[in-house]
Design a protein around this ligand. Structure first.
Ligand code: AMP
Ligand code: MG
Length: 509
């Protein structure tokens, strides 16, 4: 596939794509805006305003993210802000743009991609603010530039649920809907999510400039990322003082920790293409994701992933593969293959260490205590998989059981009860020798009572499609306080209904 430059694309006359407005109409926000990504220059993006979304309405808000931006509550629901975030009014001080990137999709080089339906508005309080579903850009390829209400609600809720679980992620400020029809497998309606992150730069941004042979731009991008987000890479004596190898090492470390969190909590991303991998190690681009219901290590949450490339238990290996793609892209800067390999080789031990630490915390054990919990964890996962035990309910019941010293409700989850009894015996032996072990009540702050199960999302989406947005806000409230009891939301902590296993989520969003 020929690689197009942003400049070439920008000249193409795609309808509605050269959107300029009278600056007098701009919304003046109380925020002060920077546009540092914009200032990187024309190699990196096409300046472009979002495409207006007709007759927009609010669907959901997250006040925590508004606080992060320094936005007062009154602003969050104001008419001007609604018009601004739906692309109907420009925001004073922003220089909106769509960025160019490339990437590997399902293991194949996909060539140029880019923000096909996202617009970066600018940066405020050190956080970039991006609209997703905001219309055509030069990188839309055959897409319509839009996102549907269903997938926008999923991204909004999951970003915030993940953050509340302590998992590195991009955040979401709000969802805005419109009755504008959008064609997917069926006719749906359009929506825009406002996302927030220190940076939306992906592995694919680096792959783009390496593939185009634009080594100066590659260096500019790497220097920008190092100076802004990884300044310690300039000072390290490791890697013979090679800051680009140090960058690869830091991204490797953050990615390992992110994926360890996914595996420990039972999160399946579904589309780990290199263009969906954040250079900051944040969970990015929520599509056909799922939290496991029954524990099934080979679970494939993406209906279109026939080969299971992105199955739950493949995620650590895929993350490592993606880091190789990043390393390949950085090689013209790192120059020495051995340094790149040295950084990449840290992935497996860092992942194993982070995973063991998280799993020990879930068990209420100290991870460098006198007992080796590795076999205990492995054996437990075998039992959970064999009996298809609900992953979240297991951990929460184990936490309660430990607190009350009554393990019957956990035993009830298993078919092979003798195997469970044997495991419990060993667990209790380890608890007994783990003097520094976590207090039992801490387990309730580590093992969530509520995760954003797909069926819960579906129920909130269906209500929203009928213009009842209260279920979205209610679910947000529960999943953003996942360790609390929520006595009025007991049903959300129970087993999923039978129809949950028949939900099919694809990449189409
Ligand atoms: P995703 O699978 O959502 O990570 O998207 C892969 C690529 O396709 C990215 O470059 C997206 O910007 C682009 N894309 C996805 N959906 C659309 C759409 N509806 N319109 C235009 N571009 C899209
Ligand atoms: Mg993507």
């Amino acid at each position: 596939m020929p690689l197009l430059t942003p400049g070439l694309n920008a000249k193409r006359d795609n309808s509605g794509m050269h959107r300029t407005r009278n600056p007098v109409q701009a919304v003046h926000t109380p925020l002060s805006w920077d546009n540092r990504f914009h200032q990187l220059g024309a190699h990196f993006h096409t300046p472009l305003a979002p495409q207006p979304l007709p007759a927009p309405y609010w669907v959901g808000h997250c006040s925590q993210v508004a606080d992060l931006l320094g936005l007062e509550a009154s602003w969050l629901t104001s008419a001007d802000w609604l018009q601004a975030l739906s692309g109907n009014l420009p925001i004073h001080g922003t220089q909106p743009l769509a960025s160019v990137y490339s990437g590997h999709q399902f293991g194949q080089w996909a060539g140029q991609l880019g923000d096909g339906r996202a617009i970066l508005l600018g940066e405020t309080n050190g956080l970039e603010v991006q609209l997703k579903g905001s219309g055509l850009t030069p990188y839309s390829r055959r897409g319509d530039g839009r996102a549907v209400l269903r997938s926008s609600i999923r991204e909004f809720l999951c970003s915030e649920a993940m953050h509340a679980l302590g998992i590195p992620t991009t955040r979401a400020l709000c969802v805005i809907g419109s009755d504008q029809p959008v064609r997917r497998e069926t006719m749906e309606t359009a929506a825009v999510v406002t996302r927030v992150a220190p940076s939306f730069i992906r592995f694919g941004h680096f792959e783009h400039f390496a593939a185009c042979g634009q080594i100066d731009a590659l260096r500019t991008l790497a220097d920008y990322v190092i100076d802004r987000y990884y300044p310690a890479c300039r000072e390290t004596a490791q890697f013979n003082g090679n800051a680009y190898a140090a960058l690869l090492q830091e991204v490797t470390a953050r990615t390992a920790v992110m994926v360890a969190h996914w595996q420990a909590v039972g999160f399946c991303h579904g589309v780990m293409n290199t263009d969906n991998m954040s250079i900051l190690g944040l969970t990015l681009d929520y599509g056909p994701f799922a939290f496991l219901d029954a524990y099934h290590p080979g679970h494939i949450c993406n209906h279109t992933d026939h080969a299971g490339r992105y199955a739950f238990d493949a995620q650590p290996e895929i993350a490592h593969w993606n880091l190789y793609a990043l390393a390949q892209a950085l090689l013209p800067l790192i120059e020495h293959e051995t340094l790149a390999l040295q950084a990449l080789n840290t992935f497996k031990p860092l992942f194993a260490q982070a995973y063991q630490r998280l799993m020990c915390a879930k068990l209420g054990l100290h991870d460098d205590g006198p007992a080796d919990p590795g076999a205990l964890i492995d054996n437990l996962l075998v039992l959970l998989a064999r009996d298809r035990v609900d992953y979240t309910i297991f951990w929460r019941r184990l936490s309660d059981a430990r607190l009350q010293d009554r393990y019957e409700p956990v035993r009830d989850l298993f078919i092979d009860r003798l195997a469970w009894d044997a495991w419990l015996l060993r667990y209790q032996e380890l608890l007994a020798i783990d003097v520094k072990g976590l207090e039992a009540d801490l387990m309730l702050k580590i093992n969530p009572k509520f995760v954003l199960r797909n069926y819960l999302c579906e129920e909130a989406i269906e209500a929203a499609q009928h213009k009842d947005f209260s279920a979205v806000q209610r679910l947000l409230q529960v999943v953003t306080h996942p360790f609390d009891d929520h006595p009025d939301a007991q049903a959300m902590a129970g087993f999923p209904p039978d129809w949950a296993s028949r939900i099919e989520i694809s990449c189409s969003s």
